[in-house]
Design a protein around this ligand. Structure first.
Ligand code: AMP
Length: 371
């Protein structure tokens, strides 16, 4: 029960309003040490409830601090993650009087400066743009008492380490730090060692385990038959909300065009699209205007989309971790889902690696059946 945590009633009410009844395992193990003021290093995937696991202690801590000064900072790897996190923060901070600002690149500075000047206590940001604001004197981080590094492995993957170090130099030494990461490579542990104080280590489950409620299968398909076969799958009634992954941005664009030409409403999400296009694609997919979202790995990792019935790997990913991340986009919060992969003769090796990571072979399906 959330009421077992030392949280203000207003936060408990907001948790209830969000529809959370029972803490998820990561929440149960990360919230108590975080509320006790300890640094925390947590291994947690997107979908585990990690966002509330750091936001609730953050909001609790902020509620006791003076208003109008940045007290809580969340660093995220991408603008999508930042936007989602800030959305969560708004929901969980209702009636607390706490305000948040979200900062990310690729858009104008003015609205962000306005939000900062309005006196946000919580800043959710991607590192590059936050540094730009720091350089221009738009934000003062000297009052930050709690820092969250969200999806720390991705932050490092994307080359943000130098930016992170520069940001850390602007923060008070006595702050509390919570680090969340899907994987714990040595670079993350070194970061924790250097910038955190005797952190509580929290890990839930085995990393790289797909949700149990996903049915997985592979279809052997000739490369030039992929689109035709995808259309066949999409036209099945159970395929209500389909997330399709391609290997490259170019292939994502091309596939989305092919689907649209075939009369399927498809949106497209990848790193070369403008901020506005990405938001429109996500929003349209979430609200059902698009039944299909075609995406690349980088754009889709960390996205929280409810109700994805099918994840389809139009192209098999090269790394087994990406396979796990992709199929984790369906069957969220206990719902069931299907993860189907197209494999060509060239994919034999990548498929073996994926099966090795999963610890079991994937079902081979004929093109006339689904899982
Ligand atoms: P996250 O891992 O933070 O991206 O969260 C994944 C999804 O789980 C989000 O849609 C959350 O709103 C939802 N969620 C978080 N905590 C809980 C909870 N205790 N009970 C039910 N759903 C939750």
């Amino acid at each position: 029960m959330f009421s077992a945590f030392q949280l203000d009633q207003v936060l408990l009410d907001n948790v209830k309003r969000a529809g959370y009844v029972k803490p998820t395992p990561i929440q149960a193990s990360a919230i108590p040490p975080a509320l006790a003021g300890r640094d925390v290093v947590a291994t947690a995937e997107t979908g585990s409830g990690k966002t509330a696991a750091f936001l609730l202690p953050l909001l609790q801590r902020m509620s006791a601090l003076p208003r109008g000064r940045v007290g809580g900072l969340v660093l995220c790897p991408t603008r999508e993650v930042a936007l989602q996190t800030e959305h969560h923060a708004r929901r969980l901070s209702r009636r607390t009087g706490l305000r948040s600002a979200v900062i990310y690149g690729g858009v104008g500075f003015e609205p962000q400066i306005k939000a900062l000047r309005a006196g946000a206590e919580i800043v959710v940001a991607t590192p590059g743009r936050l540094l730009d604001h720091l350089g221009r004197g738009n934000v003062d981080l000297r009052g930050v008492s709690l820092l969250v590094l969200d999806e720390a492995d991705r932050l490092l993957d994307m080359g943000f380490l130098p930016d992170l170090k520069r940001i850390l130099a602007h923060l008070p030494a006595g702050r509390q730090t919570l680090l969340f990461s899907a994987t714990m490579p040595p670079e993350i542990l070194a970061l924790a060692d250097r910038f955190m104080k005797n952190p509580a280590r929290v890990a839930v489950g085995r990393p790289a385990t797909p949700p149990k409620t996903v049915s997985q299968g592979v279809y052997p398909v000739a490369p030039d038959q992929k689109t035709v076969f995808l259309l066949h799958l999409i036209r099945q009634e159970t395929a209500e909300s389909v997330l399709v992954f391609t290997r490259t941005k170019h292939r994502a664009d091309r596939l989305a065009r092919q689907l649209t030409r075939a009369g399927v409403q498809a949106a497209c999400l990848h790193g070369d699209r403008s901020q506005r296009q990405r938001e429109a694609a996500l929003e349209g997919y979430r609200n059902g205007s698009f039944r299909v979202l075609v995406a690349t790995d980088l754009a889709a990792r960390g996205l929280d989309i409810q109700g994805v019935t099918h994840v389809i790997n139009y192209d098999l990913p090269a790394a087994p971790e990406d396979y796990i991340h992709r199929i984790g986009r369906t069957a969220r919060a206990g719902a069931s889902g299907q993860a189907l992969s197209f494999v060509t003769a060239d994919d034999a090796r990548a498929l073996r690696e994926i099966e090795k990571t999963l610890g079991h072979p994937l079902r081979r399906l004929g093109t006339g059946e689904s899982v």
